[in-house]
Design a binder for this molecule. Structure first.
Ligand code: ATR
Length: 285
């Protein structure tokens, strides 16, 4: 660093998680920083749960402009922040923290925004005036739910292996437009859905595929799988075979990152061919 540069002229950002080595966020943000001519670095930091409070306390002093938060810290970090944006508070999860010049920490959640932006960009014909079906009830399901309910969607049906977790989402953020189903009844909901979203880990490399009977799906139904390794899951293959529109999970990752980049640097970050190529290489596709 040049002698007369202050710590904040060198833009330090990071993702904290446990584990974190698999994160693609450093690739994204280093790419965008270089494109925008920002002098800085984005690191992946392994922070164990018992080290979270100390990291948060010292982050401003260490010169970070902000950081991303991933599993298992997204909820635990809430009470450690000075301010939490309304959408993140509603979701009960933070994935992006901005540190202001005076050292105050504000938490945001860009996962839902990323999900919705990617959906609209890759499936512009999606009918959000029809009910939608969400599979899974973890953090990604909460993000998708909060984002979809900002739209005019009439009903969200949610099915999860552990039904109580789906019911908790209905209660916490369902806004009276949501209902929980039994996991075994998920295929029965397909015919009513204009949009079907897998937020479970099923279909990921090393996991069983998600079993869903798609033959009753209406024409124009969009099937969105947030899994991106592999990029084309068995669910998406089956959806394609049924003539449905498919959306893979890589774009959600990119768009949540772009929204975080904008929060820290005030600049737009593009999902261009060069970035897609780098991501696919990193994933071994
Ligand atoms: P995230 O926060 O990324 O969404 P998560 O909280 O670990 O991840 O959620 C994983 C989701 O995959 C959960 O909905 C989980 O179901 P449970 O709540 O019943 O655990 C779902 N899941 C994991 N393994 C599954 C399996 N074998 N069959 C069905 N659902 C599964």
């Amino acid at each position: 660093m040049h002698a007369n540069m202050t710590a904040r002229d060198f833009k330090k950002a990071a993702v904290i998680g446990y584990p974190v080595a698999q994160s693609l966020s450093p690739l994204l943000h280093d790419h965008w920083m270089r494109e925008a001519g920002i002098n800085g670095q984005y690191e992946a930091l392994e922070v164990a749960p018992d080290a979270l409070a100390a990291f948060v306390k010292n982050a401003a002093r260490e010169g970070y402009v902000g950081f991303n938060v991933t599993v298992p810290h997204k909820t635990a970090i809430l009470p450690m922040l000075d301010t939490v944006a309304p959408l993140a508070r509603q979701m009960g999860a933070v994935n992006t923290v901005k540190i202001s010049d005076d050292g105050k920490l504000t938490g945001f959640n860009t996962d839902g925004i990323g999900f919705l932006k990617h959906l609209k960009a890759s499936a512009p014909g999606v009918d959000l005036t029809k009910p939608a079906l969400i599979l899974g009830a973890g953090g990604a399901a909460r993000a998708a739910t909060a984002a979809l309910l900002t739209e005019n969607i009439p009903l969200l049906m949610i099915a999860n292996r552990t039904r109580a977790k789906a019911e908790a989402i209905v209660r916490d953020i369902g806004r009276g437009r949501m209902t929980a189903l039994d996991w075994d009844d998920r295929s029965d909901a397909v015919s009513a859905a204009g949009l079907i979203i897998n937020t479970t880990v099923l279909g990921m490399t090393g996991q069983n595929p998600l079993e869903l009977e798609l033959s009753s799906a209406g024409k124009g139904t969009v099937v969105y799988d947030i899994v991106y390794k592999p990029l084309e899951t068995e669910l998406l293959k089956s959806a394609k075979a049924h003539g449905l529109t498919v959306v893979d999970g890589l774009g959600m990752l990119v768009h949540q990152g772009a929204a975080a980049f904008k929060i820290w640097f005030g600049k737009d970050a593009a999902y261009d061919a060069a970035l897609k190529k780098k991501l696919l290489e990193a994933l071994g596709c």
